[in-house]
Design a protein around this ligand. Sequence first.
Ligand code: HEC
Length: 179
Amino acid sequence: MGAFSTDNAANPLYFAPPSPDKAHHMKPNMLTKIALLLWVVTIAVFVWFFIRGNTAAGTDGRTAVVLQIGERDFVMKEMRGLLAATQAILEGVNQGNAQLIANAARSAGMAAATDANPTLMTKLPIEFKQLGLSLHRDMDDIAKAAESGTPVPELLKMTSNTLAKCVACHAAWQIKASL
Ligand code: HEC
């Protein structure tokens, strides 16, 4: 405030207003307030979308997450990757090969979740993101467990508990593509 106060004629940096009409001069501290307000509003809108996502009533009683076609394709490709990883975990079990189980689970782990872009992230509702992230975390846990010699029945139990999250998410949401 000090550097901007108007009764500061003694200050060599003080620039006297050309007209005495102060109404035309927006005080810098007013601008600061407006900038702050805009900033707060922007953050609030972002938080609102981050929590609510971009949703609409679905066609079958579920809630639809509304995405652009390219975003939908991205999510669906990730989904097919999850199905492939699930199949590969079971194949590892069939072969009694812990390293195969670990590799398959890790392919669906947190590292697979990091390439989603921020716009897409704001469109996914918070519960959707939480469920998705907890699924990726589980997959990393399964990978670690397989590598540290956890018996196969225990790995299958972990996998079954994790697949319950696929089921829960599919029961609640569908994806609708918009242009
Ligand atoms: C956080 C939510 C969520 C989780 C967790 C989730 N999915 Fe999905 N998945 C969806 C949604 C939403 C769709 C689209 C459903 C629709 O539009 O009817 C979908 C679609 C799919 C599809 C169809 C893909 C296509 O190309 O048509 C497959 C396969 C799939 N999921 C597999 C899985 C598997 C396997 C898991 C668990 C290992 C899983 N998903 C976990 C939300 C999820």
